[in-house]
Design a protein around this ligand. Structure first.
Ligand code: HEM
Ligand code: HEM
Length: 186
């Protein structure tokens, strides 16, 4: 279990696996969207589906263990800001893969999971290069959520990263060291 002095191995492991996974997914998603690098779609989708397992494990652990307590009493605005950003990040980690699966799966493009076809592509018999959506409305909702959600999460991650640096270099407290599993006197 987490304490004020030390975060459990499970909290740290899950934070860094999901954080690095999300950063890679955000970067590859933007790159794909901008350049239409179709070779990356298979990997973006497969790793996105894989990340769900770690995200669900993390949410289970968060519910069981509670949120980490701050290393020092926070001012009111700091507490509200940090709690809101943490919520946005954790909700984003589940919303992004689900909206991606809605967009691709219900859009008829298919969802691969490495060698396994989770949702098959639905080619148009008249022109097999094209696909027919299984449910165009929900695929459209998924696409909007994936685009808007991605932008919101990038903003939240930047704020979160800046806050981690502020704790470490300006406040000189142990918030970042604790997440890295290192010790600092205050
Ligand atoms: C796990 C977390 C995920 C993150 C953080 C993420 C992030 C992103 C971002 C930021 C974009 C660019 C969106 C835009 O600018 O409109 C994108 C594009 C895309 N994502 Fe994801 N994604 C995730 C999972 C998935 C999954 C599981 C799938 C499908 C199974 C998927 C399918 C796609 C596709 C097909 C595109 C390209 C859309 C286009 O060409 O405009 N994503 N992703
Ligand atoms: C860019 C690198 C990152 C750094 C340096 C960083 C650092 C930290 C630190 C120091 C904490 C502890 C805050 C506290 O004790 O109150 C924390 C917590 C948290 N971080 Fe990050 N983080 C990073 C990326 C991310 C990303 C990409 C996500 C998710 C998309 C994320 C989600 C969270 C969440 C939800 C918490 C709350 C505690 C928990 O659930 O484990 N972080 N982060």
């Amino acid at each position: 279990m987490d304490t004020v002095q030390k975060l459990s191995g499970q909290t740290r492991f899950l934070h860094w696996v999901v954080a690095l996974g999300m950063i890679m997914m955000l970067a590859s998603g933007i790159y794909m969207h901008e350049t239409k690098a179709y070779g990356l779609y298979f990997w973006h989708k497969s790793f996105g589906v894989l990340l769900i397992a770690f995200v669900l494990w993390r949410i289970y652990w968060r519910l069981k263990n509670g949120w980490p307590q701050p290393v020092r009493p926070l001012k009111n605005y700091e507490a509200i800001l940090s709690r809101s950003v943490h919520w946005l990040l954790i909700v984003g980690t589940i919303l992004m893969p689900i909206s991606g699966m809605m967009m691709s799966g219900l859009g008829g493009h298919g969802v691969p999971f490495f060698g396994i076809e989770l949702i098959a592509r639905n080619p148009d018999p008249a022109d097999p290069q094209k696909v027919i959506a299984l449910n165009a409305t929900f695929a459209g909702i998924g696409k909007t959520l994936h685009g808007v959600g991605g932008t919101l999460i990038i903003a939240a991650v930047l704020l979160h990263f800046a806050a981690a640096l502020k704790h470490h270099f300006v406040d000189q407290d142990s918030t970042l060291s604790r997440m890295l599993g290192r010790h600092r006197s205050r």
